[in-house]
Design a protein around this ligand. Structure first.
Ligand SMILES: Nc1ncnc2c1ncn2[C@@H]1O[C@H](COP(=O)(O)OP(=O)(O)OP(=O)(O)O)[C@@H](O)[C@H]1O
Ligand SMILES: [Mg+2]
Length: 219
């Protein structure tokens, strides 16, 4: 099981953002993507998570060619195989921490994994805060709730777009280490976009996205 990106291209109008990218990521591997603002990092992550379509090329996760899935299968794929963490936590303000973690399971009350959600909150250090609302949590705590939510469906791949963008350095390191330990434990793939090279270097490989191409840092 791995993630393969083959000849991936994407343009907006005549602006070429991704220009024939190739990359293979093995299960359990954590990749950092850095690069200038506007270089296409979020676009790449959105395509990997099937939130956006490439113009050409392929994203293959295990046996699944993600960009060839029909709409119905795409939604199932997105919710079961991919966990997203964004720069802003995107928690719903009127739901408790626990209910925010359970949000991706909404609509399936018979199988709502409350115990899994509690155990995830334990693992991110928020046992005591399960019933608290986002507005009463610190920035770091909110991002940890967002991480727990990204893990609720046991995704094969975690996509994180500047997940530490709103945190100070100490909180950022804490969140990245938590993300990595959760991912490594279950052999999940991590693709994390960051502007911070110190954080990037905590992951297995750092790739630079410039001029539509990915290159290995120092390579
Ligand atoms: N929906 C869209 N329509 C038109 N242009 C877009 C769209 N989405 C992104 N772009 C353009 O594509 C380029 C890449 O954007 P993207 O958001 O992927 O960059 P980024 O590397 O994530 O930047 P940042 O570090 O600032 O978040 C930018 O020039 C942006 O303006
Ligand atoms: Mg971005």
């Amino acid at each position: 099981m791995n993630l393969r990106i083959e000849q991936l291209s994407k343009s907006f109008g005549n602006r070429v953002v991704l220009d024939g990218l190739n990359l293979t990521v093995e299960r359990g591997e954590a990749i950092a993507i850095v690069g200038p603002s506007g270089s296409g990092k979020s676009t790449l992550l959105n395509i990997l998570g099937s939130l956006e379509k490439p113009d050409s090329g392929k994203v293959v996760l295990g046996e699944v060619v993600v960009n060839e899935l029909t709409k119905h299968l795409l939604e199932a794929f997105r919710s079961r195989s991919v966990g997203f963490v964004f720069q802003e936590h995107l928690l719903l303000p009127y739901l408790s921490a626990l209910d925010n973690v359970l949000l991706p399971c909404l609509g399936h009350p018979e199988t709502t994994p409350i115990e899994s959600a509690r155990s995830l909150l334990d693992r991110v250090g928020l046992t005591e805060r399960a019933n608290d609302f986002p507005s009463t949590l610190s920035g770091g705590e909110r991002q940890r709730v967002a991480l727990a939510r990204a893990l609720i469906h046991e995704p094969l791949m975690i996509l994180a777009d500047e997940p530490t963008g709103s945190l100070d350095h100490e909180r950022a390191v804490e969140l990245v280490d938590l993300l990595l330990s959760e991912a490594k434990m279950q052999n999940r793939i991590v693709i994390m976009v960051t502007h911070n090279l110190d954080l990037a270097h905590r992951l297995d490989r750092t790739l630079i996205l410039t001029n539509g191409q990915l290159t290995l840092e120092g390579g």
